[in-house]
Each structure stands twice: as structure tokens, then as C-alpha cells.
Write a protein that binds this ligand. Sequence first.
Ligand SMILES: C[S@@+](CC[C@H](N)C(=O)[O-])C[C@H]1O[C@@H](n2cnc3c(N)ncnc32)[C@H](O)[C@@H]1O
Length: 216
Amino acid sequence: MALVPYVHDSLPVLSKFHNSSAEFRFVDRDLRLAQDWKKLGVAAVVWDAAVVMSLYLELGSIELKGKRVIELGAGTGLVGIVAALLGAHVTITDREPALDLLSANVKTNLTPDQSVVVSELSWGMGLEHYPAGGFDLVLGADIIYLEDTFQSLIQTLEYLSSDATVVLLACKIRYERDTNFLSMLKHRFIVQEVHYDRERDIHLYKACKLSSGRDL
Ligand SMILES: C[S@@+](CC[C@H](N)C(=O)[O-])C[C@H]1O[C@@H](n2cnc3c(N)ncnc32)[C@H](O)[C@@H]1O
């Protein structure tokens, strides 16, 4: 059997991650998101799930104007930026190492009058710094991928949600563990698939907290 050398940069599907920026047009605005794969890895590139979620938000199925929105595992911040352009008050969060790039992207693409805060949120940690049940919408694009974080991610979603909160999760189902996450989530939330992007193979799920009376 011939050996084919594996050259990471030569895979077309990965090459876009090595660009120093990614450009999009949402809400009649040209957006430019800085990327830094070599320094920060997965947190510093725009994933297809973020693009699909941004497209979904732009379609207007969910009212964003004046709503309190938090994005988890925001990476470069595309989703939160689009939500802010659509009129939401957005808290864009990620782990500490991602925050500088995230803040820079917010600064590049939004004006100071747009209501955005960038802050650290490592799932399951320091949740008391955020208002319990204090958000109308919780957003997460491509954040279901590390099995070790599943419990703390669900804990975080529960903490941030009231009975009226909508959680939107966009993801690629890559491994069996990803479906396991959805099963775990269904113990605490009513979950329905609201959109599937065939071209990018991205699923979009809407989840609403099971009220205490209906808890399993
Ligand atoms: C695959 S990237 C997705 C980034 C962005 N949402 C997108 O779709 O372009 C996963 C993101 O989750 C974040 N993340 C991973 N584990 C986390 C944790 N325990 N707490 C908070 N964020 C985490 C990473 O820093 C990264 O930004």
C-alpha cells in the first residue's frame, strides 16, 4: 500500500482555519473576524456552526431586539456580534485565553453604542458572577465536543436559564458522544431540532428548561 504523506495545511477543509481572518456579510454589514489557529487552536477560528447559527438568527425566527443574550464558547465571537447587530444586549463569553482575540473582534465589528460585554466564563465555574436565569437566549455554536465538559456545560445552561429562556445550540454530530450529550440534555431540557444545514452538515437545536413540576 502506498503511503500518502499527511500535510495538515493541504486539506482544503482545514486551510480556511489558517487564514488570519474570515470575512462575512450579515445584517447588511461586512464583518471581519481575526483568526489565530496557531496560537489558540479551536477557539480562534470561525466554525461552520457559528455561520449557520448567524444565518438562522438573521432570518428572524427568534426576536432579538432588546433581549438579554449570552453566548458560551464564543471563540472569535461571530454569533454574539450578529446578535448585537440584531439589537440584543449580548454577553459574549469564553475561557480566558480566548478573550483578547474575542475583544479585538468585537471592537473591529461593533460600535461602542452596541450593547456588548466580553467576559470569562469557563463552564461550571464562577457562575455566581452571572445572573441565575437572567437571559432570554443562551447561544452556543460548536460547543458540544469535549466529553469531559458535558456535565459542566449542562450545569451552566441550567444555571443561566429560567423557564422562559431559549437555548440555541448549533453543532455537527461527529461522534457518538455528541448524541450522548443530547440525551443528557433531554433529562433537563425539552429539546427539538429546528434547522438542519445540509451543505455544512450542521444541526440546530432549541432547548427549553423543563420546569420543576415536569422535571424527570
Ligand atoms: C469549536 S470552538 C467553537 C467556537 C465558536 N463558537 C464557533 O463556532 O466558531 C469551541 C469553543 O468552546 C470553548 N470552550 C471549550 N471548553 C470550554 C469550557 N470548559 N468553558 C468555556 N468555553 C469552552 C473553546 O474555547 C472554543 O472557543
